[in-house]
Design a protein around this ligand. Structure first.
Ligand SMILES: *Cc1c(COP(=O)(O)O)cnc(C)c1O
Length: 352
């Protein structure tokens, strides 16, 4: 605390990201990064962008990248917004559509950054409880005043809503913005992008951090009606004109161009997830059905804290949220087969 802080700064409860350990030989399954490297074409494009042009500012509109994304999803460039990671895109969406409003509907168990943005932008959240199976009931989300935000698949549960269920939520909130955060959509879900031309109140956000193995590069995007995108641009241009540097723009373009690599890696992650679920179930874990690159699991005989501490002592890190309703669960990111073997061996040593 300092007398120099504004009231806003004093009242904040900032988001705590998962640990980024300084030790290199840990099996890191705590922040849902992709266990596989980015496409070689992405790395080549980024290396090529490291040249004397770095003395110049980047294209503030990221025109070429936005056009590449528009072509990829068969949208108009005016329906595409990009930012420095989807966390920034989400923050700008809060400022543009929700700031100062009451009754933003969101799940009680969800991405823990949303309540932080609510506080930063003076938004009154209304938390809707997940059902007994830890899933979202679409019928609970209607007639919101400020808007709706939810991840699909949800985090940290991994549970997926179908496209008709998403459409039901958008349909029953036509007078406010519905943000669908698709950080994990490429691991088994159907994107709501195909609904954009029918619903001017739908904003879909995505990231290159998870399915495209580029968490270290910081590129996120939002897709929606051109009036929503125009609003985001207004706020962005009142804050930071150049959120994406030249190297990131080049890498992100290459990421959308190398579709083969993207598909191969997503398929591999899904296969690894299925193996991980089976192994955890064999160790008596209860594992929620996941359509993401992580699983959410609880054990009937060992507390989440004790499993977490044991794994940590064996050089394996996973994520635990000391939060009501989910304090008995661990979120485990999908790793390579070798990483997952180490995890399972460490668990066997504890449980048998
Ligand atoms: C990881 C994650 C993000 C943030 O992704 P970045 O693009 O790396 O900022 C957004 N939403 C959810 C639900 C996430 O899990």
């Amino acid at each position: 605390m300092s007398i120099f802080w504004s009231e806003t700064a004093r009242l904040l409860h900032p988001y705590t990201p998962g640990e980024q350990p300084k030790l290199n030989n840990l099996v890191k399954l705590n922040t849902n990064e992709n266990p596989y490297p980015p496409s070689p074409q992405v790395l080549a494009a980024m290396r090529q962008a490291v040249n004397a042009d770095l003395r110049l500012y980047p294209d503030p509109q990221s025109t070429q990248l936005r056009q590449t994304i528009a072509d990829y999803y068969q949208l108009d460039i005016k329906q595409v917004f990009v930012g420095n990671g989807s966390d920034e895109v989400l923050a700008l969406a809060f400022a543009t559509f929700f700031q100062g409003k009451n009754d933003l509907l969101l799940p009680d168990i969800s991405y823990s950054f949303y309540p932080v943005y609510c506080q930063l932008y003076g938004v009154q959240p209304k938390f809707i409880a997940l059902n007994e199976q830890f899933a979202i009931n679409p019928q609970d989300y209607s007639g919101a005043k400020a808007g709706v935000i939810l991840p699909n698949p949800n985090a940290p549960t991994g549970s997926l809503l179908s496209l008709p269920q998403i459409e039901q939520i958008i349909e029953s909130n036509r007078s406010c913005v519905v943000v669908i955060d698709e950080a994990y959509i490429d691991f088994g879900g159907k994107s709501a992008v195909t609904l954009i031309n029918r619903y001017p109140n739908l904003l879909v956000t995505q990231t290159l951090s998870k399915s495209r193995s580029l968490a270290g590069m910081r590129v996120g995007l939002a897709l929606g009606h051109e009036k929503l995108i125009e609003g985001l641009e207004r706020v962005k241009n009142s804050f930071n004109s150049y959120p994406l540097d030249r190297v990131a723009q080049a890498g992100a373009i290459a990421a959308f161009e190398d579709e083969d690599y993207f598909r191969q890696m997503s398929t591999q992650v899904i296969e690894n997830r299925i193996w991980l679920e089976q192994q955890l179930v064999a160790l008596q874990f209860k594992v929620l059905p996941s359509a993401a690159n992580f699983v959410f699991a609880t054990h009937p005989h060992f507390s989440a804290e004790s499993i977490y501490a044991h794994l940590r002592s064996q050089g394996v890190i996973v994520r635990h949220f000391a939060q009501p309703r989910i304090e008995h669960f661990l979120r485990i990111s999908v790793g390579t087969p070798e990483q997952q073997q180490q995890l399972i061996q460490a668990l066997q040593a504890l449980i048998f």
